[in-house]
Design a protein around this ligand. Structure first.
Ligand code: GRF
Length: 227
């Protein structure tokens, strides 16, 4: 089996990079990480890459066009098939986004299209939503837009603050990103009219019947009275 070649772009902690490193350590996983690019020399994620035997490439140039040219060159040189943004904190040059169209994915810690941009967990708390989560999507030029591959949902709990909600979302990010990339690597994703169609995703699954109520105790009591 030839495995999909990933180039991962990071700027910080790199816990999603770690989740992908861990997934790719299994020889049955259909992708390998061939290049890690960091926009910061001191990103914790660069240590994780080194530890996994992938010498990180640091491109700290803040000029958008020069960054794009250098990153593009490095990704092509490493034979990368799919570019994976994992906590990459720069806005990419539109030419880069166009060159990697449909071969560039991102993870965002909200249920897009809700709460794009900075501090999505803070935005979710301020809006008072009962559920939030994360989204893996193909990247389009506007920030945090593009066809959605998958989402994971977590409840927002009464005593949540930004840190607690972020941690709960992050733990599901680490599960969703490797799964979404597996789907891509297995050739199961097609984009039709800017929406992702997943081959083999049956309509009549258990999930189709799932209703989540939050707050669970209050909602369930009301539902039984209504019934
Ligand atoms: C994650 O919450 C990701 O969704 C967002 O930035 C954060 C990166 O965390 N885009 P890490 O660097 O992967 O730990």
């Amino acid at each position: 089996m030839s495995r999909l070649r990933l180039g991962v772009l990071i700027s910080g902690r790199g816990s999603n990079l770690q989740a992908l490193i861990d997934a790719a350590a299994n020889p049955d996983y259909p992708a390998t990480i061939n290049l890690v690019i960091s926009s910061r020399a001191d990103a914790v994620g660069t240590e994780r890459a080194r530890h996994a035997g992938i010498p990180p490439r640091v491109i700290a140039d803040t000029d958008r066009e020069r960054f794009a040219a250098e990153a593009h060159h490095a990704l092509r040189g490493a034979g990368v098939d799919l570019v994976v943004l994992a906590g990459f904190m720069r806005i990419l040059h539109h030419g880069f986004v166009e060159s990697w169209r449909d071969r560039l994915v991102n993870i965002h810690p909200s249920l897009l299209p809700a709460f794009p941009g900075l501090h999505p967990q803070r935005q979710a708390l301020a809006a008072g939503v009962r559920f939030s989560g994360c989204t893996v999507h193909f990247v389009r030029p506007e920030v945090d837009t593009g066809p959605i591959i998958g989402q994971a949902v977590v409840p927002v709990l009464p005593d949540d603050d930004e840190d607690r909600l972020s941690a709960r979302i992050l733990s599901v990010e680490h599960r969703l990103y490797p799964l979404a990339i597996r789907l891509y690597a297995e050739g199961r994703l097609t984009i039709v009219e800017d929406r992702v169609v997943i081959k083999g995703a049956g309509a009549a699954t258990e999930l189709g019947e799932t209703v989540l109520l939050n707050p669970p105790d209050v909602c369930e009591a009301l539902a039984s009275r209504a019934g």
